[in-house]
Design a binder for this molecule. Structure first.
Ligand code: DC
Length: 235
């Protein structure tokens, strides 16, 4: 990678705040933010709406013919920021629902789906300097990433954060259900055969259980300065 073309990979457990952190890094340093989980969620929505998932299992033979033409992409939607689209349809809100969260793991475990998503991520990472968040960005998608961060936090802290996020969106859900869902996803994400969630040996661990958002931005500022000699755009 040239100095002017930077790839930052942020992996870690569900609800550790990867997306918010990655988004803020992208805007602070003028990089493109890519939410790989949103792509898996959008594919899951399509599979659910078409009845391709039953008893928690995806029938890939039914989904496969659709994959090439789905046209899942991100679009800058003015004040709402970057939103996920399937063709001309804005699905940003729907893909964050508990229903999608409960069905995404078997979809993300499928090799064909992973190849589809990796293709989109590779193409975007080739064109621009990016911050990507996900589960396997630093291990599989961009093993040559210039900076790898592995995020973790106490499960109860994560469940509280996710429940508050859902509540703010008008989707109130009992804390036990949120905790159960994220522990199940942690297990499946870490134990699946293809691209399991693991910490890359050269990743820097960020445990933000007791950190504020500002603490995290200060932490990353030190790393960006030391590694790339970059300062936030507004400094
Ligand atoms: O980050 P998230 O919770 O929005 O991700 C949704 C799901 O997608 C998550 O349960 C695991 C899967 N995922 C993945 O397998 N690989 C990625 N790079 C990103 C997400």
């Amino acid at each position: 990678m040239s100095e002017s073309h930077i790839i930052i990979a942020i992996d870690g457990y569900s609800s550790t705040g990867k997306s918010s952190f990655a988004k803020r890094i992208a805007s602070a340093y003028g990089l493109l933010y890519l939410d790989s989980g949103a792509l898996y969620r959008a594919v899951t929505l399509v599979a659910m709406e078409n009845g391709f998932i039953s008893d928690g299992k995806l029938d890939i033979s039914l989904l496969q013919p659709f994959l090439g033409d789905l046209n899942i992409h991100f679009r800058d939607n003015g004040p709402e920021g970057n939103q996920t689209f399937i063709g001309g349809r804005n699905v940003e809100k729907e893909i964050r629902s508990m229903e999608v969260s409960s069905n995404v793991s078997p979809v993300a475990a499928d090799r064909n789906v992973r190849n589809y998503v990796d293709g989109i991520l590779h193409e975007m990472g080739r064109q621009r300097s990016v911050v990507m968040d996900g589960r396997d960005i630093g291990t599989t998608v961009f093993p040559e990433a210039d900076l790898k961060i592995f995020m973790t936090a106490d499960p109860s802290v994560r469940a509280m954060r996710r429940a508050a996020e859902l509540k703010a969106k008008g989707q109130e859900c009992p804390l036990e259900d949120v905790l159960k869902n994220l522990q199940e996803r942690d297990y499946i994400d870490s134990h699946r055969e293809i691209s399991p969630l693991t910490q890359a040996p050269d990743a820097i661990v960020l445990d933000n259980s007791n950190m504020t958002f500002d603490d995290q931005m200060q932490w990353i500022a030190g790393i960006m300065k030391q590694k790339f000699n970059l300062k936030p755009l507004d400094e």
